[in-house]
Design a protein around this ligand. Sequence first.
Ligand code: UFG
Length: 327
Amino acid sequence: MLKILVVGGAGYIGSHMVKFLGRRGCSVTTLDNLSGGYQEAVLYGDFILGDVADRALLDTLFSRNRFDVVMHFASFIQVGESILHPFKYYQNNLSATLTLLEAMQAAGIDQFIFSSTAAIFGEPQQIPIDETHPQNPINPYGRSKWMVELMLQDLERAYGLRSVCLRYFNAAGADPEGQLGERHDPETHLIPLVLQVASGRRSHLSVFGQDYPTDDGTCIRDYIHVEDLCVAHWLALQSLVKGDPSQRYNLGNGQGFSVQQVINTVQEVTGRNIPVVYERRREGDPARLVADSRKIRQILGWAPQFIKLSQIIEHAWKWECQHLHPG
Ligand code: UFG
């Protein structure tokens, strides 16, 4: 039985992963400081309240448990906040990750799966974005993730620590069974915000920019279902334990949907009208971000299951209705 440490297992993607691993008979331990997560979202295994920057805690944890693989989901994710508060991002996303990796190395744990991001590429030079696209992050959030990826290359060379970096494009959707979902505070992501308008928790959606060089003038993103992200982690885990070398994969559906298409689909799925206020562009938003995920399809056989935007929104809507609507 595989023994996995999930750092950030109480957060949005981490909690789905814990359930996925638990369902497949893995022994799972979650380490989370609950700064952005919820303990009740951890449906399987042990839960340890603590910070990934706490080296003494990590040493104790690793001396008591022989983990095969560490999965690291715990990071701050708001681009705008990272520009205003870079220390916060470099401290948590970079320095705390370094502490985790040092503790792993000291304990002889040498397999690591890292949640990276499309933000490492910066302004796209071509679409879709494959793994050969130049990495030129334009904000501290993206830089903190890219620095970890670079660090991992050095650690592999020096210590043989093998890793898989999964660069998520726009993670979206929710547990198809309705037990888990996206719950950020504050929420900044498009799909949950539109659904909060649909459920009546918000009066309207602000659309940031209607003058992009796209068909309807709004930005295009590649929304990938959280369950498909879990499958990618699962395949990455199998490949690491089998002894495969380190890899970096871009993870998206390969299809782009505009903000306006998301709004239209939410209206169709929910049957509710979405009042919209058009505002100026949000700083740092590229017009188009679409992944080329052929590499992970070819090497690991990954094939996303929930590729329709309507399915992603249906699952997220189920979560919004069941768990978050005040009425
Ligand atoms: N948007 C709106 N109104 C809102 C919120 C978002 O119009 O209230 C628009 C944004 O301008 C953007 C699109 O909806 O065009 C998607 O925005 P999100 O904030 O949902 O997602 P991003 O594409 O900005 O961010 C995602 C990940 C980040 C990652 C980034 C890579 O969530 O972690 O892609 O650039 F850094």
